[in-house]
Design a protein around this ligand. Structure first.
Ligand SMILES: Cc1cc2nc3c(=O)[nH]c(=O)nc-3n(C[C@H](O)[C@H](O)[C@H](O)COP(=O)(O)OP(=O)(O)OC[C@H]3O[C@@H](n4cnc5c(N)ncnc54)[C@H](O)[C@@H]3O)c2cc1C
Length: 538
């Protein structure tokens, strides 16, 4: 077996020099941070510690991201791991807010990061475009000398017969409902997919009173034992995983390994799923299929980093982790191939919240330095922790990697693209007409043409085309350069978020008139303390 990929490919040595900002006029902000998850919060705090002024823009209502998603009903941390660490992080964040070093703007969907010429009006190196306020959907923009993109990831779904039924949802969605609103997704839940993330989802649901019928893991976790170096590197992860497994055992939840949910059934909504044993290539072992009653299937096969903002700003992307996923290339200071543009957390590869925080701190410090602030040396031991967590991430990725055998689970009637309702049969017709990559299939049969712009189906379409062409089904071999995000992959999305036409029209008028005035949304800094009292550890 080939050695497992490392988290986030490194840049060549030439790009590893400490970031230094080229001469530029005054900027509105030293840095803009996009995303207030573990990586973005830590980046803003690290930059503010160095005296920089940071503006943090996030889609959500309050900081925390996916790992520490919370709301008024869950602010005691009962569904969270590492809550005291978050409470401490939030205290530092709000202290910098109160001192005016961090400005936090919730409800801002950033749709583009535009690198500006050094002499462009406003003097900033980047203009960040966003749609603010979910109801009013106003245009908002900020300018900053440096930008940290920490937009996280989303769940990878594999289409199976029946997966569009009400009751089938992403494992991350079930987790978000629970962590954000204390809502339990269903009464009888099957949690399925690949990766250690299934464990906290199932344990959280069981703790909240759901009957978790089974955890169905397609990977073979015994694989960790065959890579003891990576496991030893991450001894801190073991108690967390062990805790979830113990909780599942207490609730008598069976954990089925090398099994998969290969179909979902029901009339108006989900009533049962078919579970089968699979081999190492994820082909179904004939005769092992059986039905499990369930009203919710929470499924997820790893995560796909959200790198659109980075790619469209010119940062080089590289393949991985898994089919359909790309990561931003970044050096040890998290700077991408675009000077002043930094990537942290899951945008450089899926490595979990601890690694996201380490990368966030590195990015925040480097961005502050880029903006001309003196920065104290990195804390001792950081490099070692980071390397250890990176090695663990690589082992985790290889143990739970999606294997091409799944492309035989759907049948001709299975919807592959939910937005445009394109079935596997229609995709096969497009392939027979010559579609050889996801982009040409999109033009012939419309998968990836809808609301999500191929985020859900893009990787599946590529893998199916590969498999049908007898190229293995990894979804990579048909691309012009399997290592890079070419236009044929659907990874290119000029607008990372839906934007009202009136906003685009106004922007087009402004640029035709040569007006580069920075607009602000008028949406004030969101005071976290006023939204709901800062969470306290239990
Ligand atoms: C739904 C979901 C649930 C998860 N739950 C867990 C869990 O329980 N346990 C676990 O170990 N791991 C979980 N993960 C994995 C988790 O993503 C990471 O381990 C960790 O949260 C990564 O931190 P991050 O800061 O890189 O990204 P995130 O925590 O994902 O934070 C990214 C932030 O960026 C914001 N954002 C994204 N795009 C934009 C945009 N265009 N404009 C403005 N803001 C934007 C998001 O609102 C979010 O707040 C989950 C992942 C997902 C997708």
């Amino acid at each position: 077996m080939s050695s497992p990929p490392r988290k986030g490919p490194d840049l060549p040595n030439a790009a590893r020099e400490p970031a230094a900002r080229p001469a530029a006029g005054p900027a509105s902000w030293d840095l803009a941070v996009i995303g207030a998850g573990p990586a973005g919060m830590t980046a803003a705090i690290a930059a503010a510690d160095a005296g920089a002024r940071a503006v943090v823009l996030d889609l959500g209502a309050r900081p925390g991201g996916q790992y520490w998603r919370w709301g008024p009903a869950t602010g005691d941390g009962r569904y969270h791991h590492g809550w005291p660490a978050f409470a401490a992080l939030l205290r530092r964040f709000t202290t910098h807010q109160a001192a005016g070093r961090i400005t936090y703007r919730s409800g801002h969907a950033v749709f583009q990061v535009e690198p500006l010429a050094a002499d462009d009006a406003g003097g900033g190196q980047f203009r960040v475009h966003a749609v603010a306020d979910e109801r009013r959907r106003e245009y908002a923009a900020v300018e900053a000398a440096a930008v940290v993109v920490a937009t996280g990831a989303y769940d990878r779904q594999l289409p199976v017969p029946g997966w569009t039924l009400p009751g089938v949802m992403a494992a991350g969605a079930a987790q978000s409902l629970l962590k954000g609103s204390a809502v339990v997704a269903g009464r009888r839940v099957v949690v399925a997919g690949a990766g250690p993330f299934l464990l906290p989802v199932a344990a959280g649901l069981a703790r909240a009173g759901a009957r978790v019928v089974a955890v169905v893991e397609a990977g073979q976790p015994a694989g960790y034992l065959r890579r003891p170096a990576g496991l030893a590197a991450s001894w801190r992860k073991l108690p967390e995983a062990g805790g979830y497994l113990a909780e599942l055992a207490r609730h008598r939840v069976p954990v089925l390994r090398r099994h998969a949910v290969i179909a979902a059934h029901g009339g108006e909504r989900l009533s049962s799923v078919t579970v089968a044993r699979i081999d190492a290539g994820w082909a179904v072992v004939p005769g092992t299929e059986r039905a499990l009653d369930a009203d919710v299937l929470a499924a997820g096969y790893g995560f796909i980093p959200q790198v659109e903002l980075l790619g469209e700003a010119g940062a080089q992307l590289a393949a991985g982790p898994g089919p359909g996923a790309f990561v931003a290339l970044a050096g040890p200071d998290q700077q991408t191939t675009v000077p002043g543009l930094f990537a942290a957390g899951e945008t450089t590869g899926v490595g979990g919240a601890d690694l996201a925080r380490i990368e966030g701190a590195a990015a925040g410090r480097a961005a502050a330095r880029y903006a001309g602030r003196p920065v104290a040396p990195e804390r001792r031991g950081t490099r070692r922790s980071r390397a250890a967590l990176g090695r663990f991430a690589a082992v985790m990725e290889s143990v739970h990697a999606v294997q091409p055998g799944w492309t035989r689970w759907p049948d001709d009637e299975t919807v592959i693209c939910r937005c445009e309702e394109v079935t596997l049969g229609e995709l096969r017709t497009a392939i027979s007409l010559g579609a050889d990559d996801a982009r040409s299939a999109k033009l012939l049969a419309r998968p990836g043409m809808g609301w999500c712009q191929g985020r859900m189906c893009g990787h599946a379409v590529s893998a199916i085309i590969d498999s049908e062409a007898g190229r293995g089904g990894s979804g990579r071999t048909g691309t012009r350069d399997p290592g890079l995000a070419g236009p044929e992959t659907l990874a290119s999305r000029p607008l990372a978020q839906p934007v009202p036409l009136r906003v685009l029209a106004a922007l087009a008028e402004d640029s035709a008139a040569g007006d580069s005035t920075v607009e602000d949304s008028g949406v004030e800094d969101t005071a976290v303390e006023e939204t709901v009292g800062p969470p306290e550890p239990r």
